[in-house]
Write a protein that binds this ligand. Sequence first.
Ligand code: NAD
Length: 538
Amino acid sequence: MNDRHPSHSRSLDAPPGDTYKNAPLTNFVHQENQDKMRKALNEMRARLGKEYPLVINGEKVFTGKTIASINPSSPDDVVGAVAEAGIAEAERAVKAARDAFEKWRWTSFEERAQLLERAAAIMERRRFELSALEVFEVGKPWMEADGDIREAIDFCLFYAQQMRLIGRPRLTQLVPGEESYYHYWPRGVAFVVAPWNFPLAILGGMTTAALVTGNTVIMKPAEQSAVCGAMLMEILEEAGVPPGVLNYLPGKGSVMGAHLVDHKDVDLIAFTGSREVGLRIWESAGITRPGQRELKRVICEMGGKNAVIIDSDADLDEAIVDCTYSAFGYQGQKCSALSRLILLEENYDRVMERLLKAAASVRVGNPEEPGVTVGPVIDETAYNRILNYIEIGKSEATLAYQRKDVPPKGFFIPPTIFTNVKPNMRIAREEIFGPVVSVLKVRDLDEAIAVANGTDYALTAGFFSRSPANIERAKAQIEAGNVYINRSCTGAVVGRHPFGGFKMSGGGTKAGGTDYLLQFLVPRVVTENITRHGFHAS
Ligand code: NAD
């Protein structure tokens, strides 16, 4: 064991503060739940094509321009038309958020926590409706959609609980004659910029963290999931968020988004998305603009190139099922998805034989149908980009498997596996964000760990083994923000698996962790000399 090893502090006692109970998942084995989901899908289908406004200072605003959100399983179907914000609306939203901050910052943390709890209750009430929307708007299979709503509920409840734990000022040391209190102030106006792949959970998690800590928010969804964003806005309004405290501003990231990143009156940017955009935001936010009050805080979660190592003695019954799901679940469009599978020479043939059969058993199709694992990728741009990577793979490595039977209409990419992949190849280095796996063969565990770590990213990783010594090594040496042993490398649970990476995967902040809210706050200490002063009677 070495000093970096977390097992040093391992204890079977519940950690202090472990009082959070996660929201349950929906079990679609039960007929009743299947019926509810089918009904929700039918009702949602009847609502497709509606128009949704921006919300600035509590007012619904239509701009004359819209973002059309389309169904990736059936690109002719418009899920909704969402008003598009430009620079003028962005300016109005910043002003509204700035003005609302002066009151919201002094609202008690208890009131703010209760807002999140009411939002969670509304999401629970509208759970099937929200899941159905995700099936249509972002192509999520039923269980994945439900998982996203569950995570959004968990973020609300967990951050409400965390705020209560850190909200009260804390005495620093007990000394005679003096009192010093450590406490937090909100930062100001937060610009929340989200991706489309967890359209309620990630947008909702960053937004509710900002709100509960007393910041006011401009909430920008990804263009592809702007209807889900509109639903979240509706939910938080119903929960009672005051006008101006939360503003809904869908629009082009490269135009309106970039404008707000640079804005002197934006104090905090909470971003989750690609490395390319994340790095641009990180750099741009580092420039101080005339009139700017604060150093901008950037919370930045980016992509991954996640590796799983299967050790020579691993239980393949477990490893194959979990790796197949980690790679192809939700079409490989989770930031945590497995994209590099590292196999030891010793069991390479055995693993490959079973992996190819398992890949052939995965159900590909329209996620409106229950039991589908691989649906469509998000849009035409992603579809063309992933197909291009498959062509690159064919030129660099060996195409070992590709599904034939994918639906002809919609953005369906066949699950694909490449072998003879070398660490320096593009398909082993660049994030593909689709159902494509690169298999790398190595001599031994030393080489396996070196290959796993030999990437710019450090988001998730996995290790399958029955050797306690090798498991200890993997725990100590694999470079990733979330390392999973003998289980899938996707499906982080709020509070239990605080999520986020380092290196080029992110700034080391952990969504759903106990220190996440601190990113949204500035710490402050007030010290008072409390020896007798003969104070004035008033
Ligand atoms: P993206 O970077 O293209 O877009 C993310 C958001 O940034 C969108 O809202 C977009 O409109 C906005 N944006 C684009 N250009 C901008 C600019 N110049 N200024 C401000 N905002 C701008 O990412 P995506 O395609 O929506 O999401 C997929 C990516 O997100 C993948 O790389 C995935 O790995 C990553 N991701 C990471 C995590 C994590 O927790 N680390 C979670 C989910 C997704």
